[in-house]
Write a protein that binds this ligand. Structure first.
Ligand code: ADP
Ligand code: ZN
Ligand code: ZN
Length: 742
């Protein structure tokens, strides 16, 4: 007898299938359990699908006419079925972020899985099983372990008293040794349960190699895999399969529920996509730098991997550790005292490793923050004289400096002094950036690139000049300003350098332009670590995570613009970015004590008395957070309210707004009933990109449940609108729940 099975297939949120619960029905000779991967015919194609739970889908599925059903093409039974909690994670993600479960589920699987037949997959698993059996099993951690600092020990004790019901917020200063806490937490877990699995996430691909090296050194290569978008499809498949595991039963049984899933891989390291890794024995989830905006997916299902990690922890009864020196205000607010309504447990590690052995190291070994009032510096100076003097001194002592400017290229705009022409992009409402190296004007939004004109394209005047500055220009200016500085001979402390001759200063730049090719970033970072660079110029790419040992001075050139942004999260982002860059300075507290002086962070600003810089100077995140949360509470902003954005793209701005406003009108009654506010449509801050006009509309409520309810009821309205006159010109629209940028 053939069994009708509800099967999830990849359908975009915009399809009718989505509105019918997300699954379609096929027939199978075998009764397959939910979570089994199958290949099914749809139209003329054969697609990868997942047998889903009839309970969640049945309610909405139209009555099944068994005669019209087609049989599945095959079932990939060599693979253990995806777990119940994995399926619930997918269902939740789809519901919460207003997408189809099929889209979420299939995007969460490694792409290479779509190409394999059952037979190919079985062969691949067999091969993988053979190699994993050969791999050594280090039952004890490798190498001598560092003695824990008192703060690390206290944090680990709290974690060990393990109450998986509440997530932990590890609030640890940069360099306080958070990674060591993660390593030990994993180690403790594996000591309790050698079969357990842990998921450790970092925000950026370029932080994974460093983390991977530390985990492999501790646990052995056979126990650790990575999952991130920088991997090739075959690599991703290999990691995914290894973590997903294998069945120990002889594999012939149809009912995989009876088999036991085993996986040799204990630890998955990855970026946001790893939150969907199939880990049948997941017991610990770490989200490092949990505040980082990279955890938010910016297309398709716009999920927050951090928030999903917390949800998944609850589903799997796994411990969750969110780590940061500057937590998101949401997580910080959740970690307020329990009797005040807090749901997370806050663990603090305020001091840098080694700082307590160095009683002279001020502020827990954190660098000294100096503000330079740019209103009192020579006009037009990019580098203030005191900053320059400090840098020269550091270099002359064989120490490294880092100069941070979050803008690449030479200058953000080219300008004609005669007629006021500016290097606007013809396709976007933005200026094209001047890149001097290859003499191009490049649009950073649509990529449109042209040679720099010799004369003004509007009036022919040769007097066209760059305005403002980017990293390229900083690098060029520093080369001139520091041309006469000599670095000493010898090996700088804390680097892996071989002794070098004395010589002129060496400047390097790291940004998206210098690291476009594979391996370039790693090579450049290695040069910094090996002491082959004296001054490193870069964008936020170098601000995060890297454990530079010999950088003793960090300079922030022009951070002020973020103070006046219309985005209410701009100060939060600026503060954490500055704390992160500052965190690159003076990570070797011993070396500082030897040198007899602290490392420094220089902030050039025209607003030296701004409260943000005051709290930065004190390294006082709690004070900054308290002040921001107070403002947010008064203004009714997150985390005291909940938001979603609906974005629409059309050929004209009127078209984009008409669609949104029509949707708003149709949702009015529901919004009023649920106490949800729908604001009028407005152009996005960069209104036009690649000749497409963009508009957005904010939806807000004091209740998350009410907002969710409103959005899911409203979906149908939005879909239906596409067929009406207001929906005619719409190219795309999407809902962004808990948006990060407004
Ligand atoms: P964070 O992630 O908090 O910024 P890291 O985990 O990178 O800090 O630790 C900073 C540095 O301190 C690293 O070089 C690490 O190897 C070292 N470290 C961490 N814990 C200890 C310890 N208990 N004893 C000695 N060194 C440590
Ligand atoms: Zn001109
Ligand atoms: Zn453009």
């Amino acid at each position: 007898m053939a069994h009708p099975l509800p099967i999830l297939v990849p359908t975009p949120a915009h399809s009718a299938i989505h509105l019918s619960g997300g699954t379609l029905t096929w027939l199978s000779e075998q009764a397959l359990v939910p979570g089994t991967l199958v290949r099914v015919p749809l139209g003329r194609r054969v697609l990868l699908g997942i047998v889903w739970d009839s309970t969640t889908a049945a309610a909405d599925t139209p009555a099944i006419d068994a005669d019209k059903l087609r049989p599945i093409a095959e079932a990939l039974t060599a693979l253990p079925p995806l777990s119940e909690s994995w399926r619930r994670l997918v269902d939740f993600t789809a519901r919460y972020y207003q997408r189809s479960a099929g889209e979420v589920a299939l995007a969460a699987l490694p792409p290479a899985l779509r190409e394999l037949s059952g037979e190919q997959l079985a062969r691949r698993l067999k091969k993988q099983r053979r190699t994993s059996l050969k791999a050594p099993d280090p039952s004890a951690p490798i190498g001598p372990l560092p003695t824990l600092t008192a703060e690390q020990a206290t944090a680990l004790e709290a974690l060990a008293k393990h109450d998986a019901s509440a997530p932990f917020l590890l609030f640890g200063a940069t360099g306080s040794g958070k990674t060591e806490v993660y390593l030990r937490a994993v180690q403790d877990l594996l000591a309790r349960d050698p079969q357990a699995q842990a998921l450790v996430m970092v925000p950026e691909i370029n932080l994974t190699p460093q983390l991977e090296a530390r985990f492999i050194a501790r646990f052995g290569a056979a126990r650790v895999v990575s999952l991130h978008s920088g991997m090739t499809n075959p690599q991703r498949l290999r990691s995914w399969l290894a973590a997903h595991g294998d069945l120990v039963s002889d594999g012939e049984s149809d009912n995989h529920d009876r088999g036991t899933v085993v996986s040799p891989v204990r630890i998955v390291l990855g970026t946001r996509m790893a939150v969907f890794a199939s880990l049948p024995r997941l017991q610990l989830i770490v989200v490092d730098e949990e505040h980082d905006p990279s955890y938010k997916q910016q297309e398709g299902a716009r999920y927050s991997a951090r928030d999903l990690a917390v949800y998944r922890g609850r589903l799997e009864n796994a411990q969750v550790i969110l780590g940061s020196a500057t937590p998101s205000l949401e997580s910080w607010h959740h970690s307020r005292p329990a009797d005040d309504g807090g749901r997370y447990v806050r663990l603090a590690m305020p001091s840098r490793v080694g700082a307590t052995d160095q009683p002279d190291a001020p502020g827990g070994g954190l660098p000294l923050v100096r503000r330079v009032d740019m209103r009192h510096q020579p006009k037009g100076a990019v580098f203030s004289p005191p900053l320059l003097a400090a840098m020269r001194e550091r270099i002359a002592r064989g120490e490294q400096c880092l100069v941070f400017l979050n803008r690449r290229g030479y200058a953000p705009v080219l300008h004609c002094a005669e007629c006021e022409w500016k290097s606007e992009c013809p396709h976007c409402s933005a200026y094209r950036v001047f890149h001097k190296i290859d003499r191009t004007l490049r649009c950073h939004h649509c990529g449109y690139t042209e040679r720099v004109p010799r004369a003004c394209p509007a009036c022919g005047s040769p007097d066209i000049r760059p305005i403002g500055r980017g990293t390229e220009q900083i690098e060029e200016q520093l080369a001139q300003l520091l041309a006469d500085v000599q670095r000493p001979a010898g090996t700088p402390a804390g680097t892996e350098a071989t002794a070098a001759e004395a010589g002129p200063v060496r400047i390097a730049r790291i940004d998206a332009d210098t690291t476009r090719h594979k391996g370039e970033l790693e090579a450049q970072l290695a040069q910094v670590h090996q002491g082959e660079v004296d001054v490193l110029v870069g964008t936020q790419m170098i601000a995060k995570g890297h454990d530079f040992r010999n950088i003793t001075l960090v300079a922030v050139i022009n951070p002020d613009t973020a103070l006046f942004s219309s985005d209410f999260r701009a100060p939060e982002r600026l503060f954490s970015l500055l704390m992160q860059v500052a965190g690159r300075a003076g990570r070797d507290t011993e070396a500082q004590a030897r040198a007899g002086r602290p490392s420094e962070v220089w902030v050039q600003t025209e607003q030296p008395a701004h409260p943000l810089y005051e709290t930065l100077k004190q390294h006082d995140y709690p004070a900054f957070a308290a002040q921001q949360l107070q403002e947010r509470e008064q203004a009714g902003l997150p985390p005291f309210s909940f938001q979603a954005l609906v974005r629409a793209e059309a050929r004209t701005q009127e078209g984009a707004q008409a669609f949104l406003n029509a949707a708003s009108t149709l949702g009015q009654d529901a919004a009023a009933q649920l106490a949800v506010t729908v604001y009028p449509a407005v152009p996005m801050s960069v209104q036009r990109v690649a000749n497409v006009e963009r508009a957005q509309m904010l939806v807000e409520s004091a209740s998350r449940a009410a907002l969710q309810r409103f959005l899911s009821d409203w979906q149908e309205t939005l879909h239906a609108l596409r067929g009406t006159p207001e929906g005619q010109g719409i190219l795309r629209w999407a809902v962004d729940v808990d948006p990060l940028a407004i």
